[in-house]
Design a protein around this ligand. Structure first.
Ligand SMILES: Nc1nc2c(c(=O)[nH]1)N[C@H]1C(S)=C(S)[C@@H](COP(=O)(O)O)O[C@H]1N2
Ligand SMILES: [Mo]
Length: 453
């Protein structure tokens, strides 16, 4: 595992880690240094004349003369900054280099059939920057030439149709914010605690503004038989032959999009450029990337990715199929596993909540392992089938604390405890684990992933 403890803010760096100016220092400064720094600055200004010589030595006299008795100013205040467009496509600050999507070593044999997890603990608000969007590929990603890409619509239609990207992009478009969560997110935690951080426990989750054409428009153009045609098969153009059955009821509601846009620009290649299906509320596998074909049919297709994969193993040994909706779920992202609270005192407990059935209506937070709950503030837009940010004020008294969040959605579904979930689903499943997550804050400030029975 590459530098496993460096996941983002509030993290203590391991001994051998050379922190360029690290986020940790920001917090240390906030704790002890800032007032001291201000006091020093004032003292220097007041004794300006007396310390004039020392300052003049430390501070070069500007070319062409000038007052040497000025405060010691940093280079970025005295010098000339960089010009525009040195980076035609901008990048994050070099100080943010530890905010990365990461793989879980040993999870898969090849990186082409693997997952990278989004660094949820380092993100603000609800939008996942496109470069940090989690990735899940069954056979590697491609950067497909959009001028050569085609989308075919066939099956129970009057007229088979083939669209070019240009043709699709001439149609009226919509833009909507939605989360995408892999059905296997949190899947490693079914039996016991397995991973250290929320990046690994919940990071197969991202949220973007997607732009595209409602799939129903394309079906109308092709004259689809919406009486007989109860399902649509979606097929990707990569070697994984990713094929999924989408129920027509989701499509006629206008929610399912054939999308080319993500956060204001074209989709990233890793996320399906130039075209992917967006199926709000439904597990990621149905969001077929490199989308090349849609077939209207009268029954589910029972493809490999729905007959034998993405199914729920139940305690009696049977499997459940076609359980694609991502039920109500939430996770506290700070404080979370791998982070370190530097001192007791005030903290903003913050996290994300979402539901595949609609809006999140309420989030409760406990700091004592579920004995008492306080209602968290839901911040900013609370949209349907979209990530929702919640915050709660908390003063840590330095004692061990177990932090949990419990979300409720607008249909009344409430997130279950592990005990409740395992009673119904067992502990050997992979998919659709939406249990309440617990983080233990230890006396030394270190935060650990734990499960409360
Ligand atoms: N064509 C194609 N579509 C695909 C996949 C794939 O491997 N190939 N993986 C699926 C799975 S399992 C998930 S969780 C999501 C992941 O989307 P992302 O890589 O944009 O995060 O894409 C889905 N669509
Ligand atoms: Mo997935």
């Amino acid at each position: 595992m590459d530098t496993p403890t460096i996941q983002g803010r509030l993290l203590k760096a391991p001994e051998n880690f050379i922190d360029p100016a690290g986020v940790k220092t920001v917090f240390q400064e906030a704790k002890a240094g800032r007032r001291h720094f201000i006091r020093q600055a004032f003292a220097a200004a007041a004794t300006g004349l007396a310390t004039g010589t020392a300052l003049a030595q430390a501070n070069p006299v500007p070319a062409g003369g000038g007052d040497p008795n000025i405060l010691q100013l940093p280079e970025h205040t005295r010098g000339l900054g960089q010009g525009v467009a040195t980076d035609g496509y901008g990048k994050p600050s070099r100080f943010e280099v530890n905010v990365q999507r990461r793989q879980s070593p040993g999870l898969t044999q090849t990186t082409q059939s693997s997952v990278s997890f989004a660094p949820l603990q380092s993100l603000f608000g609800i939008v996942t920057p496109s470069g940090l969007h989690f990735e899940r590929h069954h056979q590697g990603w491609w950067d497909i030439d959009p001028s050569k890409h085609r989308l075919m619509v066939n099956g129970l239609v009057k007229q088979n149709m083939v669209f070019t990207m240009d043709e699709l992009m001439r149609l009226p478009s919509v833009s909507r914010f939605h989360f995408i969560e892999c059905g296997a997110n949190t899947g490693m935690e079914w039996g016991n605690v397995a991973v250290p951080t929320c990046q690994y426990s919940h990071g197969m989750l991202s949220c973007s503004e997607f732009t595209g054409v409602p799939l129903i428009r394309l079906l109308e153009l092709a004259g689809a038989d919406l009486k007989q045609g109860k399902f649509v098969l979606a097929e990707g153009a990569d070697g994984s032959s990713m094929t999924r059955t989408i129920p027509m009821s989701l499509i006629t509601s206008g929610e399912v999009l054939v999308a080319y846009g993500q956060n204001g620009e074209m989709l990233r290649p890793e996320n399906g450029y130039p075209l992917r299906l967006v199926v709000p509320g439904v597990q990621g596998v149905s969001w077929v990337k490199y989308l090349r074909r849609l077939e209207v049919g009268d029954q589910p297709y029972a493809t490999k990715d729905e007959a034998i994969h993405y199914i729920d193993l139940l305690p009696d040994g049977t499997h459940r199929q076609y359980t694609g909706i991502q039920e109500v779920k939430s996770v506290v992202t700070t404080p979370s596993g791998g982070q370190v609270l530097l001192d007791k005192g005030f903290y903003n407990i913050t996290g994300l909540a979402w539901s595949g059935r609609g809006k999140v209506s309420r989030v409760d937070v406990s700091v004592d392992g579920g004995r008492h709950w306080r209602q968290a503030r839901i911040e900013g837009p609370s949209m349907s089938k979209c990530l929702t940010r919640f915050n709660l004020d908390w003063v840590w008294n330095g004692q061990p604390a177990i932090i949990q969040s419990r979300a409720t959605d607008e249909t009344g579904h409430v997130q279950a405890t592990y005990k409740q979930l395992r009673a119904v689903r067992g502990s050997r499943s992979i998919y659709h684990n939406n249990a309440i997550q617990s983080w233990l804050v230890q006396e030394n400030g270190e935060v650990k992933n734990v499960q409360v029975s």
